[in-house]
Design a protein around this ligand. Structure first.
Ligand SMILES: *[C@@H]1O[C@H](CO)[C@@H](O)[C@H](O)[C@H]1NC(C)=O
Ligand SMILES: *[C@@H]1O[C@H](CO)[C@@H](O)[C@H](O)[C@H]1NC(C)=O
Ligand SMILES: [Zn+2]
Length: 456
């Protein structure tokens, strides 16, 4: 617990430090033009900078709309579950776009898809960008998708510009960022980052219909002769940089009218399961002073979570009790057991407090998943910041409060993320929306940052 606390504050310190350093460098004159970083001369058009990048917004919007039709629920909702028929069709659609963009395609044993544009120095490690296309039930069509189709469009932008990458550029579609089917978030990127524990756990993992992970993967054409997934692991240093373009999934950029968010760190949430146990009893017979009500202990903990988060004084700290169950769950019975599941960024120490005042036992206090947070790479932040300046877009440094594949890519590669505004911060529901203008801005920042990093 203490470790998480510490990590979080370190994160804040690191990110405010980064912001300061960047603020001091506001007038950095280096690398203003494509000529400067493209490695070839642009003398015929000396004013040509990345601000003249053209994003094909009509095609990109059409692709977003078409991809959303691969769904198991009616429009405008999108439901696309890992390895389902619709997922397989959507993957085919994306691979087709990668092919049209001139990328050579590789798929690994769990269906992470890589589309590569070879650079002219094949000795160097590639620069990559990508996101996911799986969608939880009844969600929207932009989460993840913007970062996959946007990365392919970024490649198209650079090709139209006549850019020649030095380091290869790669677009990645990550398998199963959402935990819907097997209860594991960022499944593909965790494996890429070399999670031996996950590779082993998947041998015994089944979905809600008792379909094993391997049977499901095989039905989608993956993991054919595999017993172990170590073939998916990537070596540290496989990429010199990884970038993800994503809708903010929060309201800040839209409210402030800011074009891009430069993510300085991803703060990974912890999820905590707590079970309380009391004596229960008949709701009419047991007098109030003699009770130890497990339900009220749970209610107090829920309020304590809220209080704790509000008192932290940080807008980036959130805590939610999303599950609260009482046993036996009858109107004439004092709850003898309660079960809560809490998602939060800080782990609170006060969980024992309702247990004391309510005289109930803590049967279980389990931190279910706790991935360490990750700061973005400073030189990538700087590169994004320069690009956005060249493009004359308003920006803001932000912390990502949600999980992303980038969190795991950061274990094997320097990492950065670009956020774009989305309508009211809505995500994971059909109302999710980002304007094509905002998406195009994100694609421009992505394209010019990829170009810059490819030349390093
Ligand atoms: C799930 O499938 C396995 C293997 O096919 C079987 O042994 C097991 O009994 C099944 N479990 C349930 C709950 O159906
Ligand atoms: C940059 O954008 C602002 C509006 O956001 C505009 O007023 C200004 O003229 C632009 N500068 C350049 C150099 O295009
Ligand atoms: Zn996402």
């Amino acid at each position: 617990m203490a470790v998480t606390y510490l990590n979080f504050f370190l994160l804040i310190i690191i990110t405010s430090y980064i912001s300061e350093v960047l603020a001091q460098n506001d007038e950095d004159p280096t690398i203003k033009t494509m000529e400067h970083f493209s490695g070839y001369s642009n003398h015929d058009s000396p004013s040509c900078t990345s601000s003249s990048f053209s994003v094909d917004t009509d095609s990109l919007q059409l692709q977003i709309d078409e991809l959303s039709t691969f769904s198991d629920t009616p429009a405008p909702s999108v439901t696309r579950i890992l390895y389902s028929d619709k997922d397989v069709l959507a993957r085919r659609y994306v691979k087709n776009l990668m092919g049209l963009a001139g990328l050579s395609i590789r798929e690994d044993a769990v269906g992470n898809i890589f589309g590569r544009w070879d650079g002219y120095d094949l000795e160097l490690s590639a620069v990559a960008s990508g996101s996911h296309i799986d969608a939880i039930p009844y969600s929207g069509k932009y989460d993840g998708v913007v970062g996959v189709l946007g990365a392919i469009e970024a490649i198209n932008v650079l090709r139209r510009f006549g850019f020649k990458p030095k380091r290869s550029l790669e677009v990645i579609l990550f398998t199963s960022e959402e935990p819907t089917r097997f209860g594991i978030s960022c499944l593909g990127s965790r494996l890429l980052a070399g999670s031996e524990a996950l590779a082993n756990a998947l041998k015994g993992t089944v979905d809600g219909q008792n379909v094993s992970f391997f049977d499901a993967a095989r039905s989608a054409g993956y993991a054919q002769d595999q017993e172990h997934l170590s073939s998916v692991f990537l070596k540290k240093g496989s990429y010199s940089a990884f970038l993800e373009l994503h809708i903010e999934q929060g309201p800040i950029l839209e409210e402030e009218g800011t074009s891009v968010g430069i993510v300085t760190a991803i703060a990974a949430p912890a999820s905590i399961k707590v079970d309380f146990e009391g004596n229960g009893g008949h709701a009419g017979a047991v007098l109030m002073p003699h009770r130890n009500d497990a339900g009220l202990a749970a209610a107090e903990l829920a309020l304590a979570v809220e209080k704790h988060v509000l008192e932290s004084g940080s807008v980036d700290t959130v805590g939610t009790v999303g599950i609260l169950e009482l046993h036996p769950g009858a109107i004439n019975s004092i709850p003898s057991k309660s079960h809560l599941e809490i998602g939060m960024l800080l782990v609170l120490d006060e969980y024992a407090f309702p247990a004391k005042t309510r005289k109930v036992k803590v049967l279980e206090f389990r931190i279910v998943n706790q991935d360490p947070p990750s700061p973005s790479d400073e030189s990538i932040i700087k590169a994004m910041e320069d690009r956005r300046k060249e493009l004359n877009l308003t920006y803001k440094f932000m912390i990502s409060r949600a999980y992303h594949d980038s969190l795991f890519m950061a274990r094997i590669s320097p990492m950065g993320m670009i956020f774009i505004p989305c309508y009211k911060g809505y995500s994971h529901k059909p109302e999710e929306y980002a304007s094509i203008e905002d998406i195009a801005n994100g694609v421009k920042v992505l394209a010019s940052t990829l170009a810059k990093l490819s030349m390093k």
